[in-house]
Design a protein around this ligand. Structure first.
Ligand code: ZN
Length: 510
């Protein structure tokens, strides 16, 4: 249940460093000269499906070429572990040496002046699924073959130089192979795709081979569902859940974005997901699909919500400082949206809330372990995930109910998300903890500085959820870390009963 985004921040840092040094950007780096845009060609061959040939033209900045740093199991050469036969030359055909850096996590030194265009050619071995990925969040983030299809993660394919720009990618594949791509196909070309920026290039799912390809549209958003053959019979149900949730997310944020989006679902031995820039991967246990929907729909709703929160629009200026928000609020909205749209019932929803509260309780009561604040916990999200997710979703719940109570139902957390989307997401601006506090204050008309200082920025206080749940007539009983939520019958015909219906979207159903 992860998301990644690094480049907008990296770009801002790089640009300011260059300005400070008096270095001006070549035209290509500012994205103005289309002829100098980076271009890649991937060639897949049915006879050697585990190898892809790549030809690229890139502009070198800082005498360095590299692959994406993250999302691989901390191998010495990073994603370059799977790269073979890298050849580089300048545009007039003069060979240039690209030397793999020792301890460079998959980067190369290349001695050419800034702004030099180089041609690259190399082979990528698609054998990542021979490696264990548990140390970096699990197999959902690993390129993997399953039942005749390659569920790729695009960072496996591309060597680039550190500057953001629009790019094009040509993908040649055997006629019998299908493909699901988050990139927009350029008109007049069969297999040429426009890539809007570096994040989109290296942080996306790309599926090729034999799989079920389903599609739907929601407003201006186009969704392709790439489904493992082993899961064929559930395709329509997945699409229905996706569409229903998109309607609800569009209601919260005002609209779905004008974007191509890929949902890749494959069979595995666990339920998990990883969100990318405009796509997500999900792994699912086929034998459990007949059971309660919440077991997989929670993951699906979570990854889909990341399109807005965490992976694409709302992103942290310092990513780790807002993990409690990008993960915790995403988790809160995933199950709340399933409840509001009738995809799960109230009893199931209460169980989800009880799990969040239990995670928060357990991770704040582990004596003698030193307590961290939610903001600090994001620095080691892998280790602190129970706290980041449980604590973050508990904060979302408390703030949502408190804003509703304070504004007598006129406003809620949905309005905070919408405001943040308008102010940051749609403006391509990153946000900080302070910005989330400001939005909560603005929507509620109150001051939540003490709340943030105590429970989000501070590490000592523990938030008792009972008074917040009481706003909507829900009783919370706790025994150690076990929470039991019940709706008090006496509250139903009172203002708190009305707030309850509004919170869970029950008045919409009437
Ligand atoms: Zn997540």
């Amino acid at each position: 249940m992860k998301s990644e985004s690094v480049f907008r921040v990296a770009k801002a840092i790089l640009l300011s460093a260059m300005l400070a040094l008096g270095i001006s950007l070549p035209a290509s780096a500012s994205g103005e000269d289309a002829q100098d845009q980076s271009h890649y060609q991937l060639s897949f061959d049915a006879d050697t499906p585990r190898q892809v040939r790549v030809e690229g033209q890139v502009t070198v900045i800082g005498q360095r070429l590299r692959m994406f740093l993250y999302g691989q199991p901390f191998l010495e050469n990073g994603w370059a572990t799977w790269v073979e036969d890298l050849q580089a030359s300048t545009t007039d055909g003069t060979p240039v040496e690209a030397r793999l850096r020792e301890g460079g996590w998959g980067s190369w030194d290349i001695d050419v002046p800034d702004g030099t265009r180089v041609n690259l050619s190399y082979t990528v071995n698609l054998t990542q699924d021979e490696y264990d990925w548990d140390s970096v969040g699990g197999q959902d983030g690993r390129p993997t073959w399953s039942n005749g299809a390659f569920y790729g993660v695009t960072r496996a394919f591309f060597i680039y130089s550190d500057h953001d720009e629009q790019m094009t990618v040509q993908i040649d594949r055997p006629d019998s192979w299908r493909m699901a791509s988050p990139w927009l196909r350029l008109p007049g070309a069969d297999n040429l795709y426009a890539v809007p920026n570096l994040d989109s290039l290296v942080s996306n799912a790309l599926v090729l081979g034999d799989f079920d390809l389903l599609s739907t549209e929601n407003g201006p958003m186009r969704i392709e569902l790439a489904l493992d053959r082993q899961l064929s019979e559930y395709g329509e149900e997945f699409l229905e859940v996706l569409d229903t949730l998109l309607d609800e997310y569009a209601r919260i944020y005002g609209e779905t974005p004008d974007t191509n989006y890929v949902v890749a679902i494959r069979a595995a031995d666990e339920h998990d997901g990883e969100a990318f820039y405009s796509s997500f991967n999900m792994v699912i246990m086929p034998e459990q699909l007949g059971g309660p929907r919440i077991a997989w729909a929670g993951v699906l709703g979570h990854e889909l919500f990341h399109l807005w929160n965490g992976a694409n629009f709302l992103r942290g200026e310092d990513k780790s400082a807002v993990e409690w928000f990008t993960e915790g609020f995403t988790e809160y909205y995933s199950s709340l949206s399933l409840m509001r749209t009738g995809l799960i019932d109230q009893a199931t929803y209460f169980r989800k809330l009880e799990y969040y509260l239990a995670r928060y309780f357990i991770t704040t009561h582990r004596w003698p372990e030193e307590r961290l604040s939610l903001v600090e916990a994001g620095q080691d999200k892998q280790h602190n995930w129970l706290f980041v997710y449980g604590g973050g979703s508990t904060m979302a719940l408390a703030l949502d109910l408190d804003i509703r109570q304070r504004t007598q139902g006129a406003r809620g957390l949905d309005d905070v998300m919408h405001l943040l989307m308008d102010r940051f997401g749609r403006m391509d601006r990153t946000l900080a903890v302070r910005d989330i506090l400001d939005a909560v204050n603005e929507i509620s008309g109150a001051d939540y500085t003490d709340f943030f200082d105590a429970y989000i920025r501070g590490s000592e206080a523990f938030l008792d959820i009972a008074p917040y749940l009481a706003h909507v007539g829900v009783r919370s009983d706790r025994s150690s870390e076990e929470y039991y939520l019940t709706r008090s019958p006496a509250s139903m015909d009172t203002p708190s009963g009305e707030l309850f219906d509004q919170w869970l979207g029950l008045e919409r159903a009437e």
